[in-house]
Ligand binder design. Sequence first.
Ligand SMILES: Nc1nc2c(c(=O)[nH]1)N[C@H]1C(S)=C(S)[C@@H](COP(=O)(O)OP(=O)(O)OC[C@H]3O[C@@H](n4cnc5c(=O)[nH]c(N)nc54)[C@H](O)[C@@H]3O)O[C@H]1N2
Ligand SMILES: Nc1nc2c(c(=O)[nH]1)N[C@H]1C(S)=C(S)[C@@H](COP(=O)(O)OP(=O)(O)OC[C@H]3O[C@@H](n4cnc5c(=O)[nH]c(N)nc54)[C@H](O)[C@@H]3O)O[C@H]1N2
Ligand code: SF4
Ligand SMILES: [Mo]
Length: 583
Amino acid sequence: MDWLFMMSSVTACPLDCYDACEIVFENGRLKGLKNGYTQGFLCPHLNHFDKHEFIKKPRYNGREISIQEALAILKEMIKESQKDEILHYRGSGNFALMQEVTDHFFASYGATLTEGTLCDGAGEAGIEEGRGSNKNMPITEVAKSDVVIFWGRNPHTTSSHVLPLIKNKTVIVIDPVKTQIAKTADVHIQLKPHTDIFLAMLLSRFLHIENGCDEEFLEKYASEYEDYYELTQNIRIKAVLDQMDVSIGQLGDVLRLVKDKKVAIVCGVGIQKYSDGADVMRAIDAFAAMLGLFGKEGCGVSYLGSSRANIVSPFNKKSKKVSKVNTEFSDFKTVFIQGANPLSQMPNSTRVKETISKVRNIVYFGLYENETSEMANLIIPAKSFLYKDDIRTSYSHNKMSFMPKVAQSDIGISEYDLSAYLCREFGVELQSEEFYIKHFRNFAVQRIDGSWYVENREEIPYIDGFDTDDGEFAFLDELDSKVDEEGSMYLITCKSPTSLNSQFNRSEHVYLHSSLGFCEGELVTISSVDGSVSLRVKHNNDLREDCVLIYSGTRGVNNLTTKKHSLSAKSAIFQENKVEIRR
Ligand SMILES: Nc1nc2c(c(=O)[nH]1)N[C@H]1C(S)=C(S)[C@@H](COP(=O)(O)OP(=O)(O)OC[C@H]3O[C@@H](n4cnc5c(=O)[nH]c(N)nc54)[C@H](O)[C@@H]3O)O[C@H]1N2
Ligand SMILES: Nc1nc2c(c(=O)[nH]1)N[C@H]1C(S)=C(S)[C@@H](COP(=O)(O)OP(=O)(O)OC[C@H]3O[C@@H](n4cnc5c(=O)[nH]c(N)nc54)[C@H](O)[C@@H]3O)O[C@H]1N2
Ligand code: SF4
Ligand SMILES: [Mo]
């Protein structure tokens, strides 16, 4: 690696991750910043960041070229396409704010951008329906909680910096997988996947029956709670508990631990990878409302907030948009893909491959080789975060972290420099890089701990009620969800400890309970209504017997998933399809 060593500097991890760690870069080594939320440690992705081979040279139809040639070819591709034949598809490979500078060029030029999400959109829609906005309980608040409920969230894998904060607290885990946190939790409810809405509603119902609700809070901020209680009465307790594989005693255990306590419900994306994901999230929020958890210290629901909350983007130009979930790539002549691996990470890969193969000019602008670079005509290596100026925020806490260039490299080009070239060639106005970084910096304030935070992001949101029209929580008024029919197996496709979606060390296995009779190492075919994938088996008895686990980032996993949107948002629903296993 050609580091040009500089003094020790502080930067931040650019990855799409709750923790948004701050990093000390010293003599070519990356270490976690001791102060603040990073608490002096990083995760395996960043500890081994330089072990992963970057793309070093641009390529055009397999031939190595220079960056100047690559830019000239990109210019020709744009010139030979009508404006409405150009698509800018940007993923979340790097989560820092300057990634959006390319949006500025493509939107100003008249190209099409994407909308919707492969990630958290269904849950966010549910939160917005209930509260009128998605203001997140910053994860740092859990330090003040008595009880922490991890609901469809796997902190050892996806947000390990919360772990030091929950020592000696009561922990409840709701997850169909016996995750590492579940193994030491006070209560683990290993429910059947996609039954959380019933669990949340039954918890609300029994809380009400046992007079455990925060009535003062409810009268003031959620006065329709009696109607909601009535809705929960439509659930046939015994039959539904059987279907969920949960006992009434477990409901009692949860209620006993949370009553009159400071409770944080820490939700992940696991609960909402379904078409009714918004309703699931809203029912969990309703349980939080019944407990009166909003607007109080150490209490609340921590999900994925908007990392851009309270920041006005200078790059927010109007443009035509198509969905990121079921994009018809074949409608475009030139597709510019940045920080994304859609051929692996979008749902229904067979469809994605088919539609993208009809595109004349596929441009891939990224760091690593993958399924998308394999199909691209033009490959442009990006500079990694160490070699460019940037700034970032988090969707889990309120810090803003500066990311100055800490080393020099001749490899690749930054998003700003690529945009500056295109803006110059096509007569689009662009300010200096420094101007934009300063623009973002202006939304930060320094606090007494010396760290910078996004200005006016609340530590305790909803102190004065909700952001709905009447300031009250809007409960679900219909129950449209059903327990899935018995039969084929549930697909769990959660995050891997060794990869960040499709970056770094990607899993190559399917994980099954040993009692199913498949041998370790055996090749099996897993299929759904949308497609199939063949993978070797690894045993994992932390799974339920009715679950098939294939991590996000595994090649072929999205052959199995549907291109359908969730019902309330343009959000992907990776766990909607049931699957079968064949030898
Ligand atoms: N190591 C690592 N870290 C990551 C990522 C990564 O790929 N690898 N990705 C990053 C990104 S992009 C995101 S969005 C976050 C997501 O981070 P998390 O929110 O933690 O997401 P997942 O791992 O997808 O799912 C979390 C848990 O939900 C459980 N689950 C699945 N189905 C259900 C269900 O029906 N009900 C319930 N109650 N639980 C269910 C899974 O078993 C899993 O343990 O992680 C970020 N951090
Ligand atoms: N089956 C299944 N599918 C899923 C998920 C799941 O849980 N299961 N999770 C979904 C979720 S939550 C998400 S967020 C998406 C993520 O899906 P993607 O947004 O496609 O993210 P990655 O797989 O991380 O790939 C990102 C690419 O970005 C490039 N990159 C990294 N840094 C930079 C940079 O600085 N500049 C540029 N130009 N490129 C860079 C790398 O080359 C990398 O290959 O996947 C979704 N797909
Ligand atoms: S935990 Fe997340 S933010 Fe921290 S170093 Fe790892 S990937 Fe980056
Ligand atoms: Mo995500």
